[in-house]
Design a protein around this ligand. Structure first.
Ligand code: GDP
Ligand code: MG
Length: 194
């Protein structure tokens, strides 16, 4: 089975749970005293998708303080961006919208965007209604999931959805067909891999 390396960046305000989501996904672990990320950290995990294996190279970034200067380094070349907000912090949802704008203006053209509303275990102090976030995600054709890194809710599912949204590679066994493929792109709907 072919292995594809895909860069995925985690974006969003400081403290929303980006590192916790990555930690839950890669190590199935939640650390209550997780250290703040400095710069970016980098972890990998492989998931299967149709007849491909997706090796996610996950770039966990340091939050809004790096917004303007270093951000492009994280999302450049990314197949997908997971933008995280904290359902108990309205500000973090505003920050998410800024990230979406930034990606639209400067990010890779075909990047898969997933929006994750994290900390659903704190539903009693929720500030961002599910519907508002879901409608926003729909308006930009992004994946939407509410997650809890703490309780391992929807973390695996989030990355599975991202994986499924990434167009499969064309069959590259005959190089002579390349020019044909460049001009005869299949419609987007048929490019989903599973
Ligand atoms: N209750 C709850 N706390 C969380 C969750 N995810 C992360 N946290 C906590 O939120 C704080 C910030 O998490 P961290 O992963 O460092 O956020 P980051 O700055 O976005 O990387 C830490 O105290 C985490 O333990 C969650 O799903 N539920
Ligand atoms: Mg972090």
């Amino acid at each position: 089975m072919a292995i594809r390396e895909l860069k995925v960046c985690l974006l969003g305000d400081t403290g929303v749970g980006k590192s916790s989501i990555v930690c839950r996904f890669v190590q199935d672990h939640f650390d209550h005293n997780i250290s703040p990320t400095i710069g970016a950290s980098f972890l990998t995990k492989t998931v299967s998708c149709g007849n491909e294996l997706h090796k996610f190279l996950i770039w966990d970034t340091a939050g809004q303080e790096r917004f303007h200067s270093l951000a492009p380094m994280y999302y450049r070349g990314s197949a997908a961006a997971v933008i995280v907000y904290d359902i108990t912090k309205l500000d973090s949802f505003q920050m998410l919208k800024k990230w979406v704008k930034e990606l639209k203006e400067h990010g890779p053209e075909d990047i898969v965007v997933a929006i994750a509303g994290n900390k659903t275990d704190l539903g009693d102090i929720r500030e961002v209604p599910t519907k508002e976030a879901k409608d926003f995600a729909e308006s930009i054709a992004a994946i939407f999931m509410e997650t809890s890194a703490r309780n391992a809710v929807n973390i695996e599912e989030l990355f599975q959805k991202v994986s499924r949204q990434i167009p499969p590679l064309e069959n590259t066994d005959a190089d002579s067909h390349e020019s044909f493929k460049l001009t005869q792109q299949p419609p987007p709907s048929s490019k989903r891999c599973c």
